[in-house]
Design a protein around this ligand. Structure first.
Ligand code: F6R
Length: 248
């Protein structure tokens, strides 16, 4: 695992965008695995900026997203489909038909999840998967305690995730209780993984995921077993990481 220390959120965003940008330049028809949430917004903004300056071309890129709430319409501002369009897709020249978010409008969970796996398979797998880290160590919506081996599946969100995500909704009752998410197996099959984390609220999750025991109680800890993981985090998120790990 490589750890890249950033000064602050902006620096983290720029460094993470540099890694994604390098991927797109080295393999213009790459498959990017994308995440939603607060953490990657600045990374996407930086990519948009470089695209506007003519430094990046997404015309041959495909993307697959990690997760989506079950039952939210595409026009719902809280859907991850909507998020991706607002925060990245509509600002760059990625082909809309080459962007894939799990289909939350399909209430048949088995068919929606199988379709997402099939898309990843047909694209030939994910070249670079971007991940945020939940306060409880979740990746995607793989919550603590779930089996490590799952492909895309439907999950019941934990109370802590519902509470964390309620900041985006009018009230906690509006937060969906289920989501479709790529599983640990789907994530671990990505050729490269880029984790972004910022703020002191992520310090425990970062330390537990990357320096604690590998356990389903901390889903992100499985990333210790992946051969190509880069963590880009700001100083606050790295505050509980052992000093030796930051020396390189
Ligand atoms: C988002 C996702 C989640 C978030 C995580 C961190 O697609 O899968 O695992 O990455 O909850 O969210 P933020 O970035 O809002 O702290």
């Amino acid at each position: 695992m490589r750890i890249i220390k950033a000064k602050d959120y902006q620096d983290m965003s720029r460094k993470a965008a540099n890694i994604i940008s390098a991927q797109v330049i080295m393999k213009p028809n790459c498959v990017l695995g994308l995440a939603t949430g607060s953490t990657p917004i600045g990374t996407y903004a930086q990519l948009i900026d470089w695209y506007n300056k003519g430094d990046l071309d997404f015309s041959c890129v495909s993307s697959v997203n990690l997760d989506e709430y079950r039952g939210l319409d595409h026009s719902n501002p809280q859907s991850y489909y909507y998020f991706m369009h607002e925060n990245l897709f509509k600002h760059v020249n990625i082909r809309p038909e080459a962007t894939f978010v799990p289909d939350g409008t399909n209430m048949d969970a088995d068919s929606a999840c199988a379709a997402h796996e099939e898309i990843i398979r047909k694209l030939g797998g994910i070249d670079l998967q971007l991940l945020g880290l939940g306060n409880n160590g979740h990746i995607g919506f793989n919550e603590p305690g779930q089996a490590f081996e799952k492909d895309t599946h439907c999950v019941n969100l934990t109370q802590s995730t519902i509470e964390a995500n309620s900041r985006f909704f009018d009230s906690i009752e509006d937060v969906p209780t289920q989501a479709y998410t790529m599983g640990i197996r789907s994530i671990m099959h990505a050729k490269k993984i880029l984790v972004v984390a910022n703020g002191e609220g992520k310090a425990d999750a970062v330390a537990n995921a990357f320096f604690g025991p590998v356990t389903p109680q901390v889903p992100g800890s499985i990333l210790q077993m992946h051969p190509n993981v880069t963590l880009v985090a700001d100083e606050a998120a790295l505050a509980k990481v052992p000093a030796w790990a930051l020396k390189q």
